[in-house]
Design a protein around this ligand. Structure first.
Ligand code: HEC
Ligand SMILES: [Cu+2]
Length: 356
């Protein structure tokens, strides 16, 4: 009796637990649906590829998901069938079902079929890895070096002499004018990970080790991503923004970035604050004696829509708040609060506003 009681207790507990798990699953799915923004074109999803290698990954994941989905359906159907068909009934209560041992056919089937499935998945994956990793770099490719910092991105275009931060601009690479972007990935401190799902797979940026990734985006537009490797407190506010532009727009952007900073005489007070405080040890502004590299290059700060790696919009109010107290926008960022007087702060923000 006592033993039976235990078994029933276990079964009830099991049922309660499975109901709880299902409920949690439903709540989680509902929360995901509610949390996704209304504009679905902005959701960085691997199921919406816009670049050659993202497309290869998308097709591979579709293939893997359909095979594993099929396995799920077959196994689950058999399971439900067996549970219902062979359940305990008054007619067979307490009797053991027929025991089958050593059936060569069955054992061969459940060994060979899974091996075949694994081999197929392996070959399909190896083919895509080869196509992406070993793709030759064409002569017309654009070369960019991306450097991960806690908690922002530095971009260098070595052949074009441009250095910028956080917002990457690259040309569209359509069939008529193929011009893929080849990125060299480096890190200044810890591990980071570059992931813009609509453009390509996730690749880590590791100190003292060069990784590579390339994109051949087929459409213009803004593609978003996120540092995908926990790299410190503000890892979540280390956003990626890649603007894919027509050849003309991209060339115009490069030309503008190559210009030295405009030095507006009216804002010399703000410039003096910049050049006489610690700003210039960490930030570069082309044409001034600020050549610091610890923080983002500010030469063309106003050409960016966001500051602090996408943590805030680039508005005068946010700039002022950022310089006064970076923690208010990104807690734990590596820029110190500069403790400036209100007058210096206003002059400085006016000066930064001229860095077009
Ligand atoms: C100790 C180094 C350091 C000093 C000093 C410093 N900064 Fe920074 N600054 C940083 C770092 C690091 C970031 C990037 C923070 C992030 O996004 O996580 C940054 C970001 C910024 C940004 C946002 C840039 C962008 O494109 O996202 C601005 C603007 C800025 N700093 C202005 C200033 C000004 C003005 C001063 C002087 C009053 C100053 N900083 C002093 C390190 C410094
Ligand atoms: Cu990071």
């Amino acid at each position: 009796m006592a033993k039976n009681g235990q078994i029933e207790g276990g079964a009830v507990l099991g049922r309660v637990l499975s109901v709880l798990v299902i409920l949690a699953g439903i709540l989680f799915a509902a929360q995901l649906c509610l949390a996704s923004p209304a504009d679905h074109s902005q959701v960085p999803s691997i199921f919406d590829p816009h670049s050659g290698n993202a497309d290869l990954l998308y097709r591979l994941s579709g293939f893997v998901l359909s095979i594993t989905g099929l396995i799920f359906v077959v196994v689950f159907t058999l399971l439900v069938y067996v549970v219902i068909r062979f359940r305990e009934r008054p007619t067979n209560a307490g009797r053991e079902p027929a025991q089958v041992y050593g059936s060569n056919q069955i054992e061969l089937a459940w060994t060979v079929i899974p091996i075949l499935i694994v081999v197929v998945l392996f070959l399909a994956t190896a083919r895509v890895i080869h196509a992406i990793q070993d793709a030759p770099e064409p002569a017309e490719a654009l070369e960019v070096t991306a450097i991960g910092h806690q908690f922002w991105w530095e971009y260098r275009f070595p052949a074009l002499g441009v250095v910028t931060a956080n917002e990457l601009h690259i040309p569209v690479s359509d069939r008529a004018h193929p011009r893929p972007t080849f990125l060299k990935l480096l890190s200044a401190d810890t591990d980071h990970s570059f992931w813009v799902p609509q453009l390509g797979g996730k690749t880590d940026l590791i100190p003292n080790h060069i990784n590579r990734i390339w994109f051949s985006p087929q459409e213009t537009g803004l593609f978003l991503g996120q540092c995908a490797q926990y790299c410190g407190t503000q890892h979540a506010k280390m956003l990626l923004r890649v603007s894919v532009e027509s050849e003309e727009d991209f060339d115009a952007w490069i030309q503008a970035q190559k210009e030295p900073a405009i030095q507006d005489e009216k804002e010399s007070a703000g410039r003096r604050v910049f050049e006489t405080t610690a700003c210039l040890n960490c930030h570069a502004v082309g044409g001034t004696n600020g050549t610091g590299r610890f923080g983002p290059d500010l030469t063309h700060l106003m050409s960016r829509q966001t500051i602090a790696a996408g943590a805030a919009e680039n508005t005068p109010a946010n700039l002022r708040l950022w310089i006064q107290n970076p923690d208010a926008i990104k807690f734990g960022s590596l820029m110190p609060a500069m403790k400036l007087s209100d007058a210096d702060l206003d002059a400085l923000v006016r000066y930064l506003e001229t860095l077009k």
